[in-house]
Design a protein around this ligand. Sequence first.
Ligand SMILES: [Zn+2]
Length: 220
Amino acid sequence: MAHDHKPTLPTRCTECQQLMDSPIACAACGTLGELPADTFDSFELFGQQRSYDVDVEALHRKYLALSRVIHPDIAGGEASEQRRQALNLSAELNRAYETLRDPVARAAYMLSLAGGPSASEMKTVPQSLLGEILVLREAIEEARESGDATTLQTIKQEIAAKRQVTLEKIGDLARQMECWSGDIRRQLREQLNIIKYWNSLLEQIPVNLAEAARTGQGAT
Ligand SMILES: [Zn+2]
């Protein structure tokens, strides 16, 4: 989709002249990249086009490979300057990885790169959502108090399905990167706001439902 995005990578290693597929470090000779924090975006750190569709397994493999190269005990050696550099690169790599591997964080990040709005700039959700959330929250409370694990399980599946629909909307909107009008960006922000509600409801339903129901019963 984003194939016409002008690639800034790969660049050549200053030491061994090999093509580097990440500015973090040269995989061939282990030379560390020199990054000021804001030079490269998270996609560029992984040598990727800016696109919502990320191969998470490939991302993970690359993360492990780069982590090995820049591990402070390996790359840092004795020199404290190099060690500090390795630590900084490591922190940036971790941050980029956490952002790109999670589809919601990735979409939110792409939205921020495109100019927002941010969560604090736009808090809107559909009117109907808040009422729906309230009803579900009460249903969860009630089921927990009466020790009804079956109902909790049903509610959990219902919310998970709603969350999935929201996640798919987020994906559809984030894939429209090339024509990100202000309207699409606001729609994406709204869906990102909505998914927080589903996440927080799901957090109210503990993993062990039978246990939760018993605890709920005991607590009242
Ligand atoms: Zn090199």
